[in-house]
Write a protein that binds this ligand. Structure first.
Ligand code: APR
Length: 256
């Protein structure tokens, strides 16, 4: 795959592919929010979250049940990071494609802040902006104050503990959102993959699923990760640098 650079035609090929695609969706990961200042999970740099923290101690039901204070503190630290950042150019140009659905693994709301209608964003791994009740039989949910999130507390409805509304390792993805994401990816002409290591399943399986149903795949990422094996066109570079020229003047839709 010819990697993108300022002087090759990878970008032009990708623009032509998008322009002739009737049904396009974006599938994103932490790399989309990297230029806003939010750490990714697996980047080869010391700030990457899984370089600094052990996911088994912070992002699983066992971790929460073993030490709920530590888990809530860590997510409240991530919330304070999100409170201080804004969408970057990549979020903004994706938001300008108002008819295109955004399937994202990200738990931030930077796509919505950039102007994407909430119903156009499929959050496969939930939302760090909300707390839910840890008792699966209780549907209590509340918006969290990012600037001043509450410490560990109990559900006002049933008394069980409240926890971030994110999908932890080993948990199922939100059923309806996951079904709709699979259904959409089975009907695409082109899937635009932005900033994901494509190593966490089942979400990463959407790339293969889209290809199996005949979709082309464009990958935008400075590091050629797992997604490149499914890419028709791999554009090597930061989302904030590549997406503006890639999408300029196009009018993409997921359900024309
Ligand atoms: N533009 C585009 N891509 C970027 C940028 C950037 N500016 N900076 C980094 N990337 C790429 C990295 O090269 C990497 O391929 O973003 C990807 C980030 O990969 P991860 O850190 O693994 O994040 P992600 O793929 O979203 O992780 C998936 O893992 O821990 C779980 O639930 C968590 O949703 C997350 C899931």
């Amino acid at each position: 795959m010819e990697p993108y650079s300022d002087n090759n035609d990878g970008l032009l090929q990708a623009r032509e592919l998008l322009a002739r695609s009737q049904r396009v969706a974006a599938f994103s990961g932490a790399g989309l929010s990297a230029e806003s200042g939010l750490a990714t999970f697996r980047d080869p740099d010391p700030d990457a979250l899984w370089s600094r923290f052990d996911p088994t101690e912070l992002a699983s039901v066992d971790a929460f049940e073993a030490n709920p204070e530590r888990v809530i503190e860590w997510y409240n630290w991530r919330r304070s990071m999100l409170a201080g950042v804004r969408p970057n150019a990549a979020h903004r140009v994706l938001a300008a494609q108002s008819r295109m659905i955004q399937i994202t693994q990200n738990v931030d709301n930077l796509l919505e802040q950039a102007g994407v209608a909430p119903k156009q964003v499929y959050h496969l791994h939930g939302s760090i902006l909300h707390d839910i009740c840890h008792n699966s039989a209780c549907d209590y949910r509340e918006l969290v104050q990012l600037e001043n999130p509450s410490p560990l507390r109990d559900c006002p409805r049933c008394g069980a503990r409240l926890r971030p509304a994110v999908v932890w390792f080993g948990e199922n993805l939100p059923a309806k959102t996951w079904y709709r994401a699979q259904q959409l990816c089975a009907e695409l002409d082109c899937l635009l993959v932005v900033g994901t290591s494509a190593t966490v399943y089942p979400a990463a399986g959407l790339i293969t699923l889209a290809r199996q149903y005949g979709s082309s795949v464009i990958v935008v990422d400075p590091n050629a990760g797992e997604a490149r094996y499914a890419a028709d066109i791999y554009l090597a570079g930061a989302a904030g640098r590549i997406l503006p020229p890639l999408l300029a003047g196009l009018d993409l839709a997921s359900n024309p």
